[in-house]
Design a binder for this molecule. Sequence first.
Ligand SMILES: [Zn+2]
Length: 227
Amino acid sequence: MYYPMYDSTFILLIPAILLSLWAQFKVQGNFNKYSKVYSRSGITGAQVAKKLLELNGITDVAVAATQGSLTDHYHPTKKTVFLSETVYGESTISAIAVAAHECGHAIQHNVGYTPLTIRSMLVPVANIGSYASWILLIAGLAFSWDPLVQIGILLFSCVVLFQVVTLPVEFNASSRALQQLSYYGILANDEIQGGKKVLSAAAWTYVAAAVMAILQLLRLIMIFRRD
Ligand SMILES: [Zn+2]
């Protein structure tokens, strides 16, 4: 039986693991830091979200609270901007930046931003691929049956593509958020800098995930070719 998890090529993943840990640390740190800084406008995350949707002429997207920390997301089929408790009702720089970022996704959806459309199409494939690829790979390597391994690698490539397409979607949502917060005067220039730090830290977690997926793919190809 062959266990790709304990292969020596695992070393390849170490930089991605370190990057991921560093990004997580940075996200928590910046989010916590600017969760203590209140905006001068006194507007809450939920109010910012509603306001930005309205200013962008989006009338069919709801804003709702959700449990947990850093669980904020835009749900395209439910057409809802979900904000975590520390974002929804708080008027901190972190809350406002995150709320505006999620609205950035709602705006992308509204204007038919191409990377978001591609990403949405890849969601089901990536979901299945993320576990089915491993089952096929392990089975393929165990029984030394190449076609199974090749299909596994192909499926995993879809996961990689999904992670890569996520990058422009996330960077674009953040740049839309900051631009709108500044343009509509929701945050002052000095406050925008804090918001920028919160969002760029979050963006690094997506970079780390993409790097991890790419290295993982590289590793799988190496294992396959050597076998
Ligand atoms: Zn996002």
